[in-house]
Write a protein that binds this ligand. Structure first.
Ligand code: SF4
Ligand code: SF4
Length: 119
């Protein structure tokens, strides 16, 4: 697997790009993932047919929250996140692909939310 130099890659807690998608079925939740989510599972996941995924809200995973302290996007269930999120390694080719494809999403999202509040 190709890896970028670590100093070229943002910290995940200052990025969040791979948690954005317009797809309803984006982050697969398998049985073990569902169990790990515990009491949050019914709220944070959704069944599409007989397959379970993280619920998507406003173009990002429902577990992704904007930290009021830092203004950064944070996974609110980091310790319980699904396996697919654990497998996406920071600095990997997949990480680079996500950032290349969707790098503007967090900034765009913030701009849209702020403009909604000023209307
Ligand atoms: S894995 Fe990559 S794309 Fe995902 S949050 Fe971390 S740096 Fe960003
Ligand atoms: S569970 Fe956490 S790491 Fe995985 S997509 Fe959702 S917010 Fe991102």
């Amino acid at each position: 697997m190709d890896h970028e130099r670590a100093d070229h890659v943002p910290e995940c807690l200052e990025c969040g790009v791979c948690c954005f998608s317009d797809l309803e079925g984006f982050v697969r939740v398998w049985g073990a993932d569902y169990e790990r989510l515990g009491r949050s599972a019914p709220d944070l996941s959704v069944f599409i047919g007989n397959r379970c995924f993280m619920r998507m809200v406003d173009g990002h995973c429902a577990a992704l929250e904007l930290s009021p302290d830092t203004g950064a996007f944070v996974c609110s269930i980091y310790g319980q996140r699904p396996q697919i999120c654990r497998d996406l390694e920071r600095g990997s080719a997949e990480c680079a692909g996500e950032r290349s494809l969707k790098g503007d999403r967090p900034t765009r999202w913030l701009r849209e939310v702020r403009s909604r509040h000023t209307r």
